[in-house]
Structure formats: structure tokens, C-alpha cells
Write a protein that binds this ligand. Structure first.
Ligand SMILES: NC(=O)C1=CN([C@@H]2O[C@H](COP(=O)(O)OP(=O)(O)OC[C@H]3O[C@@H](n4cnc5c(N)ncnc54)[C@H](O)[C@@H]3O)[C@@H](O)[C@H]2O)C=CC1
Ligand SMILES: O=C(O)CCC(=O)C(=O)O
Length: 453
């Protein structure tokens, strides 16, 4: 009988009562705690130093008003957030999300995940996350710019190369990072490239950052598949979403010989049994910023749009070997997981943060499906952000080949670290246990060294 179950339950109960109304944060904490009993047994020093309690309490939470003027000259108000969760390993690092569902609990769940993900990369970055309930959908270029400028006017007090380095996430891509960086530069009167990552290539950005999260998730999957002597060659895959992570995951799957037969956005899913035409999808989503239905209309043939459906509802006559959820949290349910398993699923890698519900994760693990949790599988994005920071600090810019090689090595190392830790703690092949323990112990050891702060 483990010596610590009561402690973990007690700390969790305390977190529930101290953080009411934040179900996604609770879910993320529960998921990590589920792997930690064996770690606390072996490391009583973590218990003595209250690492569990401390790691769940953000170092700082900033909530601010974001006033801006719309095209009709009306003053609009949104709420901005930055949660600076843990800086034991380096400056806070993590993206900004602009989406109407964003609240403190969302940002805390993402920031909490980010602590362990960033630790897994082996790079000197702490964990943080931010965002706003601003909805970029349907807004003009001018409105997006004015919102970003107002958001940065407050955020600028809290960020910096050595303090906190935001990047993109849902609703925040190169365009928004540009407006945020422009306003920061104007306010501080200095060209501090290292304050944000995901920058454009002519003003301090890194090659491969755009592709990194999607490519990294596919590299991670490739390593998982190799443990069963399998590869992407001839594999059929479903990818949810059609944003930054999804697009480059699709690109890499196809490059490695796989076929992607479905993708989605928040209006529905497309099923294209002959394989998605990536050039058309990119044109529709990246350039024209249209709904995904337009892809099916223009593609013709056997491509279909399924209004309001999830990609995981697609009825495929042929087996689906790989699932890459790359849209949003809790998008893949237990019932959808069971259906995928029945249709020949071999591997899942979370390109998004926490896209599989706890029930879905249980189904995958019990069925022996290779399951790469987001902390490990989507860490290529933030790792390449850290490479962007390295380039900024050395006033250098690396070639695409060199940077992609670094990304590939980092993803291989994360896979190795995760698999080895799972093995060491008696759970061979369980990437959830491996990622949680490897991430947690790296941060916990640093926290011990830094004293009670
Ligand atoms: N951009 C990055 O480097 C990283 C992103 N992530 C995670 O990956 C996920 C996707 O992020 P990005 O691609 O950057 O955002 P994005 O804004 O470029 O794309 C998000 C995509 O998800 C779709 N989507 C959103 N809600 C949906 C819903 N309820 N149902 C179906 N589709 C929905 C959107 O239509 C869009 O296609 C998020 O969970 C994010 O936290 C994780 C690591 C790094
Ligand atoms: O590149 C970054 O700093 C952030 C990436 C991110 O938000 C994530 O990993 O979820």
C-alpha cells in the first residue's frame, strides 16, 4: 500500500476548495497527481518541502482590463490574463490564447501543463500562460491591431527577456505577435527581441517555429510507433483542427508517407478519404481565413463537410491508425476513443493541450494504444521558442535544416526521457506516467535547491 495516497488526496481537496469554478485546472492537476504517489514515496524530501502544494500555487496571477475601440467607434472591454506559474527553471514561458472561452481557470490549466512540458524539453524555461476572452473571429485587421496594442500596454509591465516570454496559442499567430511586439518596442523604446517568440523572420523570428509543434508531435509519434516496429508509411490518420498545429502535423505525416483523411474547425469536420489536399486546406484556412466547409466545396470528389461534427465522429470504412488531436481541450470523448480503438487505432499524440478527456485517456491506455500526452508530444513548439531565444541572445539566425535537426533531436530526447522514466517507475510504455514524473522531478529538484520561495 503506498505511503502517500492520503497526502495526494488531501492536497487535491485543498486545491479544489482554494480554486473554485476552475474545472480544467482541477483536471490538469488530477492528471499529474495520478502519477506521483511512487515519486513521493521515493522522495520524502518533496513532501517535507511541500513541493506539491507549492507547485500548484502560481507565483503570480495578473488579471487586467483591456479597453479598445471597434470600427464603429464604440469602446469595448475585454479581460486579459497572465499566470506566471513557476520560474524555478528559467523565465516564465508559454503562449497567449485569444478565445471567448478564456477565463482564469483555462489559463491556469494551460500554465500548469506548461511547467512540466517546459521541464521535459531540458531547456531553461519556466512555465506560464496568458490570454484574453477577446474573440478574433469576424474582427477587422484594425480591430485586431488595436486590441493587441491595448493588451500589450498592460502586459508590457510584466514581461521581458529575463522575466516572462509569451508566444502564440489559439487565436494568436504571427500577425498578433507582430502587433504585440510593435507595441512593446514602442513603449519601451528598445528592440528587445527576446521578449516574445513566434516573431516574423525579418524581425527576430526563427525558422521552423511555425512548423515546430505539428512537426514535433509527428516526430514523437514516429518514435512511439518505432517501439512497435511500425512507421507512418501507409498509415491513415485523423487530425483535428486546421490551425497552426494541425496544418504542420498534416504536412509532416504526409512527408513521412501517411495519409490524412480528416480535419476540422469549430464549425465541423471534413472527411476526404483520398487524402487531404494540404495546399487547398492552407489556402482556405491560412490565407483566406474561411470556414472549413469551403475546402470540401472546392475539393469536390469524395470530400465531404460534416456540419457541426467532430473529426472523431467520421465513419471510415478503412482503419484509422493514428489520431492527432490538434484543436482544443476535452475535444475527444471516451465514446469517441472507444470507436477509434474499435477501428484499428495504434497511436495517439496530443498536439493540443489536454484534448483527450480523462475517460478517453483511460480507454486508450487500457486498450494498449500508444498514447503521447501533450506535455511530451506537443513540446516541440515551446522548445523551438527556446531555440528562437537562443538565436536572439546570440544575434544569430540558423538555417531551416539546422533548426529542424535541433527540433528532431529534442523530440527524440523527450521520447527517450519519458520512456526511460516510465520504465524506472515500473510502468513501461506508459508515456503519461513517464512525462508527469520526468517533468515533475526536474522542477521539484530545482525548487528544493532554490529554498523556500
Ligand atoms: N501554437 C503552438 O505552438 C502550440 C499550440 N498548442 C495547442 O494546440 C492547440 C491548437 O493551437 P493552435 O493550432 O496554435 O491554434 P489555432 O488558433 O491556430 O488553431 C486552432 C484550431 O482549432 C480549431 N478549434 C478550436 N476549437 C475547436 C472546437 N471546439 N472544435 C473543433 N475545432 C476547434 C480552430 O477552428 C482552429 O482550426 C491548442 O490546444 C494549443 O494550446 C500546444 C503547443 C504549442
Ligand atoms: O512557444 C511558446 O512559448 C508557447 C507554446 C505554448 O503555448 C504551448 O506549448 O502550449
Amino acid at each position: 500500500m503506498p505511503a502517500t495516497p492520503n497526502l495526494i488526496d488531501d492536497v487535491y481537496d485543498e486545491i479544489l476548495s482554494r480554486n473554485p469554478g476552475e474545472p480544467e485546472f482541477h483536471q490538469a492537476v488530477r492528471e499529474v497527481f495520478g502519477s506521483l504517489d511512487r515519486v513521493l514515496e521515493r522522495n520524502p524530501q518533496y513532501v517535507q518541502a511541500s513541493i506539491l502544494e507549492r507547485i500548484c500555487e502560481p507565483e503570480r496571477q495578473i488579471i487586467f482590463r483591456v479597453p479598445w475601440v471597434d470600427d464603429a467607434n464604440r469602446v469595448r472591454i475585454n479581460r486579459g490574463f497572465r499566470v506566471q506559474f513557476n520560474s524555478a527553471l528559467g523565465p516564465y514561458k508559454g503562449g497567449l490564447r485569444f478565445h471567448p472561452t478564456v477565463g482564469l481557470g483555462t489559463v491556469k490549466f494551460l500554465g500548469f501543463e506548461q511547467i512540466f512540458k517546459n521541464a521535459l524539453t531540458g531547456m531553461p524555461i519556466g512555465g506560464g500562460k496568458g490570454g484574453s476572452d477577446f474573440d478574433p473571429k469576424g474582427k477587422s485587421e484594425g480591430e485586431i491591431m488595436r486590441f493587441c496594442q491595448s493588451f500589450m500596454t498592460e502586459l508590457s509591465r510584466h514581461v521581458g527577456e529575463y522575466r516572462d516570454v509569451p508566444a502564440g496559442d489559439i487565436g494568436v499567430g504571427g500577425r498578433e505577435i507582430g502587433y504585440l511586439f510593435g507595441q512593446y518596442k514602442r513603449m519601451t523604446n528598445q528592440y528587445e527581441s527576446g521578449v516574445l517568440t513566434g516573431k516574423g523572420l525579418t524581425w527576430g523570428g526563427s525558422l521552423v517555429r511555425t512548423e515546430a509543434t505539428g512537426y514535433g508531435a509527428v516526430y514523437f509519434t514516429q518514435h512511439m510507433l518505432a517501439t512497435r516496429s511500425r512507421s507512418f508509411d501507409g498509415a491513415r490518420a485523423l487530425v483535428s483542427g486546421s490551425g497552426n498545429v494541425a496544418i504542420y502535423a498534416i504536412e509532416k505525416v504526409v512527408e513521412l508517407g501517411g495519409v490524412v483523411v480528416g480535419a476540422s474547425d469549430s464549425s465541423g469536420a471534413i472527411h476526404d478519404p483520398d487524402g487531404i489536399d494540404l495546399a487547398l486546406l492552407r489556402d482556405v484556412k491560412e490565407r483566406r481565413r474561411e470556414r472549413i466547409a469551403v475546402y470540401a466545396e472546392e475539393r469536390g470528389g469524395r470530400a465531404r463537410f460534416l456540419p457541426g461534427a467532430s473529426v472523431w465522429d467520421i465513419e471510415s470504412d478503412e482503419p484509422i491508425h493514428v489520431a492527432l488531436p490538434c484543436a482544443t481541450q476535452n475535444e475527444l470523448s471516451e465514446a469517441q476513443a472507444a470507436k477509434l480503438v474499435a477501428n484499428g487505432l495504434v497511436a495517439v499524440a496530443e498536439g493540443a493541450n489536454m484534448p483527450a478527456t480523462p475517460g478517453a485517456v483511460r480507454v486508450f491506455r487500457e486498450a494498449g494504444v500508444l498514447f503521447g500526452p501533450g506535455k511530451a508530444a506537443n513540446a516541440g513548439g515551446v522548445a523551438t521558442s527556446a531555440l528562437e531565444m537562443q538565436q536572439n541572445a546570440s544575434r544569430d539566425s540558423w538555417s531551416f535544416e539546422h533548426t529542424e535537426q535541433r527540433l528532431a533531436e529534442i523530440m527524440e530526447a523527450i521520447h527517450e526521457r519519458t520512456a526511460a522514466t516510465a520504465e524506472e517507475y515500473g510502468a513501461p510504455g506508459d508515456y503519461v506516467v513517464g512525462a508527469n514524473i520526468a517533468g515533475f522531478t526536474r522542477v521539484a529538484d530545482a525548487m528544493l535547491s532554490l529554498g523556500v520561495i
